[in-house]
Design a binder for this molecule. Structure first.
Ligand code: DGY
Length: 323
């Protein structure tokens, strides 16, 4: 029997690419240059599986290309807002993602950003590198204490709960959360968390806000000017979810005019472009979408995609099917 034909849209960890080569008739992307819309369309016409990443916009237009051969899209990422899921469903395609394996690493990055923002980590690093540090002083670069403060989580899925665990048990933080559906009493009890039925209440009551909701139309600009104004002037906003959950222009104004004290961002609207206003501000810590970027996690994500497509080609239900 012929091996299924596969295209991988970006460079993946070598260990996973080796497995792909051994199992499939695969075209890898050694150059790691993202594919154009036309290249993605051609890929859908020529392969059985397209292995995309969160940086490939798989739009309704791309998915509606005629004479498709593709049957499954294995997305390398837990988020799949890069794919028009309704269109994929309409086209009868199976789509899978990679949950679980990136939970802790993404929560670690959220915690890192929280600490960087509270303790002015990026600013201090810049000062030392620019040879502007004049030595220790009682009032130099004072930040805010993290231990014992209140962390508000927007979303209470796996990554939010991993963050709750680290913050509550590691830093003695009080946990508040909002989610569209009330979490189970057991999951709240585990972190002694308090559930609020509105985003606004969590924003008003927290010293730190960490966003853990999916991207897409339903959460676009969930954090807007009006909501930023509900936060405490001493509060910090951490975003490791998706860039478009936050209205960037409103956040820049909030940071500039000190409606809030600081922010830590790993994701951006229209990334890899970053709204220039952020680059001019000292009170924002900026990372280049590193949430899941550890050796262990990226290999595990790739293996998870392989497990999903192996199940599919064996006629079984892929474990991480989203449609
Ligand atoms: C995801 O998996 O959705 C991340 O954003 C990529 O690390």
């Amino acid at each position: 029997m012929n091996k299924p034909k596969i295209i991988v849209t970006r460079k993946w960890p070598t260990a996973v690419e080796d497995r792909l080569r051994a199992l499939y008739d695969v075209r890898l992307n050694e150059s790691d240059i993202p594919m154009t819309a036309d290249e993605l369309k051609t890929a859908l016409q020529t392969v059985d599986a397209l292995l995309s990443t969160v940086t490939d916009p798989i739009t309704a237009d791309i998915l509606s290309v005629p004479n498709k051969r593709v049957k499954i899209i294995g997305n390398f990422g837990v988020g799949y807002n890069n794919i028009d899921i309704e269109a994929a469903k309409k086209e009868g395609l199976v789509v899978t993602n990679t949950p679980h394996v990136l939970t802790d690493c993404t929560a670690d990055i959220a915690m890192l950003l929280l600490l960087m923002s509270a303790r002015r980590g990026s600013e201090g690093d810049r000062l030392v590198r620019n040879r502007q540090w004049r030595g220790w002083a009682p009032t130099h670069m004072l930040g805010q204490k993290v231990t014992g403060k209140t962390l508000g989580l927007i979303g209470f899925g796996r990554i939010a709960q991993a963050m709750a665990r680290k913050a509550h048990y590691g830093f003695g933080m009080k946990i508040l959360c909002y989610a569209p559906h009330a979490p189970t009493p057991e999951s709240l009890k585990e972190y002694q968390a308090t559930y609020y039925a509105t985003v606004d209440e969590v924003l008003a009551e927290s010293d730190f806000i960490s966003l853990h909701c999916p991207g897409g139309a339903a959460t676009k600009h969930l954090i807007n000017e009006q909501r930023l104004k509900l936060m405490r002037p001493s509060a910090h906003l951490i975003n490791t979810a998706r860039g478009d959950v936050v209205d960037s222009d409103a956040l820049i104004r909030a940071l500039k005019e000190r409606w809030i004290a600081g922010a830590g961002l790993d994701v951006y609207e229209g990334e890899p472009n970053v709204v220039p206003g952020f680059l001019e501000l000292d009170n924002v810590a900026l990372l280049p979408h590193l949430g899941s970027a550890t050796e262990e996690t990226r290999v595990a994500m790739g293996n998870r995609v392989l497990d999903n497509i192996a199940a599919f080609f064996a006629g079984k239900e892929p474990g991480d099917r989203v449609v």
